[in-house]
Design a protein. Structure first.
Length: 167
C-alpha cells in the first residue's frame, strides 16, 4: 500500500517553500519557484493528520531559524527511504556540521570512511531531498570554493552569508 504524500507550503520572508510528508516524516523540501506560480484553483485543502501538522510546524520553525542564520532547534523526522546507504551516510554527516562552519567534499568523504569518494559526496549533496535543513550548503569545494548547490548558487551564498561565513 502506497503511503499518502501531503504537500504543504512553508511561507517565509524568502518565498514559499514546499514541504512533502508521508506517514513517517518529512520526505522533501523544495525551494520557492524562481517564477511565481499561477494561482491554484480553489479546492478544499485535504485533511492533514495531526502528526503531519505538528511536523510541519517544526519544519516551518526550523526553516525560519536556518534562513535567519541560526541553528534549527528541532527537526521533524527525516525520511530517506529508497535512498542509498551512501547518500544517507553523507546526509547524516551534513547534519553534524554546525551553523557557521563548513567542510569540503573531501572532508565529508573522509568522515564517512570513503576518502576517495569525493565526487560521489558531491552527487549525494546534489541529491539531498531536504536542503537547508540537511545543510548541504555548508559543503564547499577544495580551497574554500563555493561549488554547486541544488537551489542555485545565489541561495548557497545567501545561506552561508547569513551564517556569517565569508566567501
Amino acid at each position: 500500500m502506497k503511503t499518502a504524500l501531503h504537500e504543504l507550503p512553508v511561507i517565509t520572508d524568502d518565498g514559499e517553500f514546499t514541504a512533502r510528508y508521508n506517514d513517517d516524516g518529512l520526505v522533501e523540501l523544495n525551494f520557492p519557484p524562481t517564477r511565481p506560480r499561477r494561482s491554484p484553483k480553489k479546492t478544499p485543502p485535504p485533511a492533514v493528520p495531526a502528526k503531519i501538522r505538528a511536523w510541519h510546524r517544526l519544519t516551518g520553525a526550523a526553516l525560519a531559524l536556518v534562513l535567519a542564520g541560526r541553528p534549527a532547534k528541532q527537526l521533524p523526522p527525516l525520511v530517506w527511504a529508497g535512498k542509498t546507504e551512501f547518500q544517507q551516510a553523507v546526509w547524516r554527516e551534513l547534519l553534524k556540521i554546525r551553523g557557521g562552519d563548513t567542510l569540503s567534499y573531501g572532508e565529508i568523504a573522509k568522515r564517512i570512511g570513503r576518502p576517495k569518494a569525493v565526487r560521489a559526496v558531491g552527487g549525494a549533496c546534489g541529491a539531498n531531498p531536504i536542503p537547508v535543513l540537511v545543510p548541504c550548503h555548508r559543503v564547499l569545494a577544495a580551497n574554500h570554493k563555493i561549488g554547486g548547490f541544488s537551489g542555485g548558487l545565489a541561495w548557497k551564498k545567501t545561506l552561508l552569508t547569513r551564517e556569517g561565513i565569508a566567501l
